[in-house]
Ligand binder design. Structure first.
Ligand code: C2O
Ligand code: CU
Length: 701
């Protein structure tokens, strides 16, 4: 909802410019009216435009008011500047120009006669015209502001637009003064049509040419270099001293290619995943033109045991753009991380790549292609990856009998209903009363998905693959799973039916029709109609038992501290004009490179200044949530690999730099990542032989 408001902000700015320019133009034409009747008609036209412009200005003010609480003083400075620049002249136009225009508009239609010199001069008076023209300038300034992030707001953007608007208005006042004097002279004659047209055409051409020059230069300048190395970039050392005198040796140091998993040894589990195009039917019969692994949607569930040595062979059968495999949430050695252009080359048509690593941590994970991930992952190149704990069945809740991964996805080309795998209707699962159930909720969309488990109390047993400590029983709470995130939910099958329903932002109007219904044996639940309730949202911040000893290392002092401000701005990115997603006001590859040394304790603060959700995902590490909006985390240690930073939120997280390499750290709304919201974490002394960019086959986002 708030996100829609922001999209609206750009359009209202543009609308303000259009309406106020029209109003300014027609008000400057008033003296040229051929007769009193003509003047009246024109005045009515300007009044109408003014009313429309004022209505849009009110809408804009309402939008600013809606976004205001999301922001911080720095963001509010930009909003206040915008508000002042269009608000003040709009009020002047309504208070000063409008009554005068209304007077002209209310004149009698009875006699038609040419304007007298005084009358003519009167219609060009400053009080009548200037506020309208100032409002137009203010609207242009507001539009210009959408090209800049609020933080950091370039200093020139604080002073220059107000100055230009003021100076423009003053100049215009002088011009109007002169014009009125000329108009008052009895010798005045309306400029000839040809001359007027010529003047208008000349100024139009000048404006268009300037705009075109500027646009094409900006577009050109935004094109990314054809080859890019992740090892080059703007370093942010997080307050620590840079690598020092040995920087060069260090930089030439370890290649990510050598940070691989065990190359020798018989694997405990072996899988082959073949990427290929395939049309797949959902349970409703809807067809998906998918990119699949092994022809399945989602790809095959990979289930292994903690400590297993895994070998996965990736074959690209017919995905022209190339594929890779990234093990989302599982901390593997860097060379096995599967990011095209960072830890390997994309696997192109007919090629093969072998991944080998030990699954050290039990939990719910998933895998997906990290080559053009926005496209590939969207089309189906992903699946569940489950690591069962070593001695199986010793979890606090007792032995798990029914263990069901729920891979939730909104399939392209369908009507925006969230599906559970290919099930986009009601699926019945038989379960005898007393059966322990574990649901592994995996959100593979670009937006958060909320889940409702109706008909039973339950526990959130794990988040992002890590068990929570002593989770308490919940009931009637909605579980909001971050994009890319996972919740493990456990319950004991009661006497009556239980249902799991998804709710997403893009849902069809009639609500979801996807449901997983647990039915006690023998009963037919096919008559159920999924119906979502209005439920409070579960908050992990104070859930479960704290375990200070377990996290002591991360709650003391920090070797590095980073602050990352998430925002968006209008402009060019890689030659395309669009809203881009910024980190500290920058777009990839100008986003900061977070430098760490092995063993560092690192604190990161995420600040969301935008009005969109940003699920921030750090590869190769797990982050401990320390606080949200100043409120410390008081429940079970809350570990995440993908943290949804909602509009206005400030999260402090900490992690231990214990997995050397070069790791992506990006927004997992993959569309956002593809328009700039991507950066990486880099260990000192690590370098990569891989490159990305248009001259290479590697396009990680
Ligand atoms: Cu699941 Cu870099 O991503
Ligand atoms: Cu984002």
């Amino acid at each position: 909802m708030v996100e829609n408001i922001f999209g609206a902000a750009g359009f209202t700015a543009l609308g303000l410019v259009v309406l106020w320019s029209a109003a300014a133009y027609w008000s400057s034409r008033l003296p040229y009216s051929a007769s009193t009747v003509h003047l009246r008609r024109r005045a009515i036209g300007v009044v109408l435009l003014l009313c429309l412009g004022a209505a849009l200005a009110i809408a804009k003010a309402v939008l600013i008011a809606a976004v205001w609480p999301v922001g911080w003083p720095a963001m509010q400075l930009k909003l206040a500047l915008e508000l002042g620049l269009f608000g003040a002249p709009t009020l002047a136009a309504l208070g000063v120009s409008l009554p005068r225009l209304l007077r002209l508009a209310r004149r009698s239609r009875a006699q038609r006669r040419p304007l007298a010199a005084d009358e003519r001069a009167g219609t060009a008076r400053i009080a009548l015209v200037l506020p309208v023209q100032a409002a137009m300038l203010g609207a242009v300034a507001v539009l210009v502001y959408t090209f800049f992030t609020a933080v950091p707001l370039p200093v020139k953007m604080i002073a220059v637009p107000p100055l230009l608007v003021t100076a423009g208005t003053a100049l215009q006042a002088v011009r109007l003064q002169r014009r009125t004097a000329k108009l008052r002279s009895p010798a005045w004659a309306k400029p000839r049509l040809g001359l007027r047209l010529l003047r208008a055409a000349a100024s139009l051409v000048a404006v268009a040419a300037a705009l075109w020059l500027w646009l094409s230069a900006a577009s050109q300048m935004s094109v990314l270099p054809p080859t890019l190395s992740m090892a080059a970039g703007v370093m942010d050392t997080g307050g620590a001293a840079p690598a020092g005198g040995h920087a060069h040796d260090a930089m030439g140091g370890i290649s990510v290619a050598s940070l691989n998993g065990p190359r020798q040894g018989e694997p405990d589990k072996r899988f082959t995943l073949t990427a290929k195009r395939q049309t797949v039917s959902l349970s409703s019969g809807a067809q998906v033109e998918a990119w699949t692994f092994n022809g399945q949607l989602p790809g095959p569930e990979l289930r292994v045991q903690q400590g297993d040595l895994i070998e996965v062979t990736l074959i690209n059968s017919d995905i022209t753009d190339g594929v890779t495999l990234h093990w989302h949430g599982l901390d593997v050695p860097n060379a096995e991380d599967g990011v095209a252009g960072v830890t390997q080359n994309a696997v192109m048509l007919g090629q093969t790549h072998v991944y080998r690593f030990v699954a050290a941590d039990a939990g719910t994970y998933w895998y997906h292609s990290h080559q053009e991930s926005y496209i590939g992952e969207g089309k189906g190149l992903f699946g569940a990856l489950i690591v069962d704990p070593k001695p199986a069945g010793t979890e606090a809740i007792g032995p798990t009998v029914l263990d069901i991964p729920i891979v939730a996805h909104t399939w392209q080309g369908t009507d925006n209903a969230v599906s559970f795998g290919t099930s986009d209707g009601i699926r019945i699962q038989e379960a005898a009363p007393g059966t322990p159930v574990r649901l592994r909720l995996i959100n593979t969309d670009n937006d958060p998905i909320a889940f409702q488990l109706q008909g039973t109390p339950f526990r959130v047993s794990a988040i992002d693959g890590t068990d929570l400590k002593e989770p308490t029983e919940l009931r009637d709470q909605e579980l909001q799973v971050a994009t890319g995130g996972r919740y493990d939910v456990t319950f004991t099958m009661p006497e009556q039916a239980v249902q799991l329903l998804p709710r997403s932002r893009h849902e069809p109007k009639e609500g979801t029709r996807t449901a997983l219904v647990f039915s006690t044996s023998g009963r037919d639940e096919t008559a159920v109609k999924p119906s979502l309730k209005k439920l409070p949202v579960f908050d992990p911040l104070a859930y479960g038992r704290p375990d200070p000893a377990a996290v002591a290392k991360l709650t003391g002092s920090y070797d590095r501290q980073f602050t990352l401000i998430l925002d968006k701005r209008l402009g060019f990115y890689n030659g395309k004009f669009a809203f881009s997603m910024t980190i500290n006001g920058k777009l990839f590859p100008d986003t900061p490179m977070l430098m760490v040394r092995e063993g560092d304790v690192v604190k990161t603060t995420f600040v969301n200044h935008s009005t969109a959700n940003h699920p921030m995902h750090l590869h190769g590490h797990h982050m401990l949530v320390l606080s949200r909006n100043g409120q410390p985390s008081t429940g079970s240690p809350w570990w995440v690999d993908t943290l949804n930073v909602a509009p206005g939120d400030v999260y402090e997280v900490a992690f231990l730099a214990d997995n050397p390499g070069l790791w992506m750290d990006h927004c997992h709304n993959l569309q956002h990542a593809s328009v700039g919201m991507s950066m990486h974490l880099m260990y000192e002394g690590v370098t990569t032989p891989y490159v990305m960019g248009s001259a290479t086959g590697n396009h990680p986002e």
